[in-house]
Write a protein that binds this ligand. Sequence first.
Ligand SMILES: C[S@@+](CC[C@H](N)C(=O)[O-])C[C@H]1O[C@@H](n2cnc3c(N)ncnc32)[C@H](O)[C@@H]1O
Length: 358
Amino acid sequence: MSTSQSASGSQLNFLTASIADLESRLTLLNLQPRDQANTVDGRDVVAGLKQTKKTLPPKYFYDDRGSELFEQICTLPEYYVTRTEAQILQEAASEIAQLTGSCELVELGSGSSTKTRFLLDAYRDQHCLDQTIPFAYAPIDVSGGILKESAIDLLRQYPSLQIRGLIGTYEQGLQNLPPALAPHRMICFLGSTLGNLNAKECQQFFDQIRSALQPGDYFLLGIDLQKSSQVLEAAYNDVQGVTAAFNLNMLRHLNWRFQADFNLEQFEHFAFYNRRYQQIEMHLRSLCDQTVNLAALDVSISLAAGETIHTEISRKFDLEQLPLLLGPSSGPKWLKSRKIWTDSQKWFGLALCQAVLE
Ligand SMILES: C[S@@+](CC[C@H](N)C(=O)[O-])C[C@H]1O[C@@H](n2cnc3c(N)ncnc32)[C@H](O)[C@@H]1O
């Protein structure tokens, strides 16, 4: 065998071994039903579009293109959210791992898991000190493409990490969590994605979190805090138009998913801070009178020129509201805030909470 043949042979072995290794450390479960039209998914679209004030659930932002656009948003100068939370996480990660001890990380709406790497670094260090502690991560996301891509990237970056990914909604993921590998779990919900839920959805969400946690388990929550409306409005109306493209992409996603015929040219992005409700609102405004068909859902909707479809709220919180936000227990388990970190401008908060029996 020539030198070049043996070199490419061993390279091949290395690649094969490495793929086998990645496969042995990765489990992916798709919880999304195949037949979309007859599912809760289809029904939430029809229900939203049939309201007098039309709405669409924000989860439909996230097909592969939507996830890619969100990643671009995270790097925009106006979008302070990601870099502020990343800085807090970077500074607090070791302390969080020390406070919680060994934990399996579960992340809701994990996306690219970029900021999560600060936490993974800290829990990997714990695992290095005591190899009997499993080093495990369970990302949950509706956007399967980005979840798979980032899982493979993470397995390469962390050679002892085990990943059990769940493709589906928060609710589906929380209901289908496999038994924890470590003594405790920490469910992370970063990026202030909580702000996309209205007060009622928030309460239901916290009930699901409490049910998924055992006493002693942890919940790590990143929330965007109130600040000047100029800063907020700029963050959702960037000059490059990436947020506008992200908002409009929801219609492209619905065209594909439900065989709809939204014409993206006939809508525009509209985002503003609603001071009364302390939330950014994103809408898609119809530029003309039009009718749109969603063939797979057997529904047609009419829009007047100027009428909007409300696609997202992004609530801005007050740290003092946190105990109220975490809500009363609907059973014997409570979520108690253990420690809160923030940045020097108090623009973003990171709260470590623990499930306790009372
Ligand atoms: C605002 S991004 C945040 C991403 C990342 N956690 C961060 O902090 O940068 C929201 C993420 O949650 C996912 N997502 C949105 N709605 C969801 C839902 N109902 N269930 C599960 N994942 C959802 C999206 O695909 C996206 O990756």
